[in-house]
Ligand binder design. Structure first.
Ligand SMILES: [Zn+2]
Length: 253
């Protein structure tokens, strides 16, 4: 493995009512360049926060199948993207969740519904992207049951195996970070872009094009399970410790 960092691009919140102006633009730009991003698809979007101009459902799934045929990695992004509580889950990134704390049966119903919608529309996936980066150990049990074995979420600089899943980091938002070794995923949200942001992101992608990879290029890279588990635990402990210090600081000052 070379020391130079490699970058995966991940586009979140693709749904029938997404912001088509930016989604159509960025996806055709990437495909023309031969870049194969990960696309987080919401099977049954009910989250109206970023809702834009809906297109007919059949047309939406045509697009999903088209991008999959172009080598993009299609991931299951929850069921309906609705926040049910403010729990952080395993990753502790946000105070919002569609899944954390729900029973196995409820999570199973939601996730298998999502998988069935994918299947009924001719789309296969084995990758999970949790809405709000928020899921718990019950979610993992359900994911295993429905045949998902890749998770795009972790702070680790290299992918690893943990609890029967291949974990690929998602550590950056909107921007590349230069000269770092490892596999980095940059997460984008085209639904909230404006023209200026689109252009900045395109420029950034062109500047870094030599180091962009697709999921298929990295899905056999791994570190030892010992390093995986320690990395996984250490980053979470570090994160929890930082949040704890922030809370103390708020109380004192
Ligand atoms: Zn999302």
């Amino acid at each position: 493995m070379k020391r130079k960092g490699k970058y995966l691009l991940r586009l979140d919140d693709f749904s029938f009512d997404c912001n088509w102006k930016y989604w159509d633009d960025i996806l055709s730009f990437l495909i023309e360049l031969g870049i194969k991003p990960i696309i987080a698809v919401i099977p049954d979007n009910k989250d109206k926060e970023d809702s834009n101009n809906p297109i007919p459902i059949l047309e939406f799934w045509n697009k999903v199948r088209y991008y999959q045929s172009k080598g993009c990695t299609i991931a299951l992004h929850g069921e309906n993207h609705l926040k049910v509580n403010d729990r952080k889950g395993i990753m502790r990134v946000t105070n919002a969740s569609e899944f954390v704390g729900l029973s196995y049966d409820v999570q199973y119903k939601k996730i298998s519904n999502g998988i069935n919608i994918f299947r009924n529309n001719g789309v296969k996936t084995n990758m999970w992207i949790a809405p709000f980066h928020s899921f718990d150990y019950t979610t993992l049990k359900v994911l295993k049951k429905v045949g998902i074995n890749v998770i795009s979420d972790s702070y680790s600089t290299f992918p690893y195996y943990y609890k029967g899943f291949y974990w690929v980091g998602c550590q950056l938002w909107d921007r590349f970070r230069k000269n770092r070794k490892g596999i980095w995923t940059i997460c984008y949200h085209p639904n909230v872009w404006d023209d200026n942001k689109l252009n900045l992101i395109k420029d950034d992608i062109l500047k870094n094009i030599d180091n962009i990879v697709g999921f298929e290029d990295i899905n056999n890279i791994k570190v030892s399970s010992f390093r995986a588990i320690t990395t996984h635990k250490i980053v979470i402990i570090k994160y929890q410790f930082k949040s704890f210090l922030k809370k103390i600081y708020k109380i004192l000052f």
